[in-house]
Design a protein around this ligand. Structure first.
Ligand SMILES: [Zn+2]
Length: 406
């Protein structure tokens, strides 16, 4: 079978010639430029270590196979993330939200809030609303930051100083404000373990002087993961956000750059309430061909590769909902061949779901940042499409599965 992600010029070649070309390329030492070079004596070990495919990696072609896989893989992912354990141990806990009065800004309203997601864990967030909110329910955007200790301020345009403003806008932000200008109500929370208000200090520098790794170590000891704790926080915030009368619960966009993109993929994979996912500069295979692991330690999920396969399998769990992954052409944290392998696998999963147009991957021209000019037109297009797809129950305003008579 000819790989479907080959350029058209190559696809038009006779199959025999194509096969020879592929065999030659894969046998050349430089067939794919290495991202890193490990010592020669370690290469066989790394190759053996990573050779086993995930037992739950999607291998099917059809819709029914996909549905069966999705049920199993999503359940297992929840387990591996520690979310099932958190559900058990925290089932008596009622999250609490506190919200300050609105602050009026030039073109939006800004509220400062906190949500206690488990005893003693208070996640601060910004809630941003269009100034002329009206009575029509608005789509909701959740904007999750990565390794930036003041990331929620960066995303919400709450600048500490001029240098912060420059840095935030030079990296394609602030996306919380952009979301409001595109008609969303935006929730911009601090990310546990990454934000200054909600980090676990790495006392005595035992964990590389990195609070995110300290969070990971503590979580692993307790049968959790750092990503699982972050997904938990976002789901509790979403529980609250979707009860707000001015929010349309059928339209929930989640987006983030870097670690925020990793979190976007995991949250959307687990939680079908996320209707559009936009991970920026984070979508890739877990590792390069040589065995280099791209994401930060704090994104680690034990056994994930041997059970679920690849990051692309987790991305595929978002199908058939819209997923837009964007990578930066000069982003030094990622490697184009590994990104393209992941993208090809997700395309295959979306094709099995009968939803090829719902997955898009785009390359931005620069580095590790947001690409608003690429993001917003497609988000808007998907939102408008969803508008036409759902019949709303006139009594509740909630979407029904299909228009009557369709
Ligand atoms: Zn980290």
């Amino acid at each position: 079978m000819i790989p479907y992600d080959l350029p058209m010029a190559l696809r038009s070649l006779p199959a025999v010639v194509l096969l020879l070309l592929i065999l030659c390329a894969s046998n050349l030492p430089g067939g794919e430029p290495p991202f890193v070079e490990y010592p020669a004596d370690l290469k066989p070990y790394l190759a053996t270590l990573h050779q086993r495919p995930g037992s739950l990696s999607f291998q099917g072609e059809s819709g029914p196979e996909l549905e069966r896989w999705r049920r199993k893989a999503r359940g297992r992912l929840k387990d591996l993330l520690g979310l099932k354990l958190m559900e058990q141990t925290l089932k008596e806990f009622e999250p609490r939200v506190e919200l300050s009065p609105a602050q009026e800004r030039t073109d939006h309203l800004r509220f400062s809030g906190t949500i206690e997601t488990e005893p003693g864990i208070r996640i601060p967030f910004w809630l941003l609303k269009p100034k002329s909110i009206g009575s029509r329910p608005h789509p909701l955007a959740i904007c999750s930051h990565g390794h930036d200790r003041i990331g929620r301020h960066t995303y919400a345009g709450v600048w500490r100083n001029e240098a912060h403003r420059q840095q935030g806008t030079n990296r394609g932000g602030p996306i919380g404000i952009q979301a409001v200008r595109h008609g969303f109500i935006a929730l911009v929370p601090a990310t546990r373990g990454l934000a200054e208000e909600i980090e676990l200090p790495d006392l005595k520098g035992r964990h590389g002087k990195r609070p995110c790794r300290a969070q990971l170590i503590h979580a692993l000891m307790a049968g959790r993961t750092a990503v699982g704790e972050r997904v938990w926080d976002l789901q509790r915030l979403l529980d609250w956000g979707l009860t707000q009368p001015d929010v349309d619960p059928s339209k929930v966009l989640m987006m983030g750059n870097s670690g925020g993109g990793v979190l976007t993929v995991h949250t959307a994979a687990i939680d079908p309430r996320i209707s559009i996912a936009v991970p920026s500069c984070s979508f890739t295979s877990f590792r390069s061909r040589e065995g280099y692991i791209f994401h930060c330690d704090c994104c680690l999920i034990p056994r994930v590769q041997v059970e679920l396969g690849d990051f692309s399998d987790i991305g595929g769990l978002i199908s058939p909902r819209p997923l837009l992954a964007i990578n930066g052409h000069t982003d030094g944290l990622h490697h184009r061949p590994a990104v393209e392998r992941a993208v090809a696998r997700v395309r295959r999963i979306y094709r099995a779901a009968g939803a090829t147009s719902q997955f898009r991957h785009l390359w931005g021209a620069a580095g590790h940042q947001f690409y608003p000019d690429l993001m917003w037109p497609l988000i808007q297009q998907w939102l408008n499409h969803e508008e036409g797809r759902f019949h709303r129950d006139p009594a509740t305003g909630l979407p029904q599965s299909a228009p009557p008579g369709s």
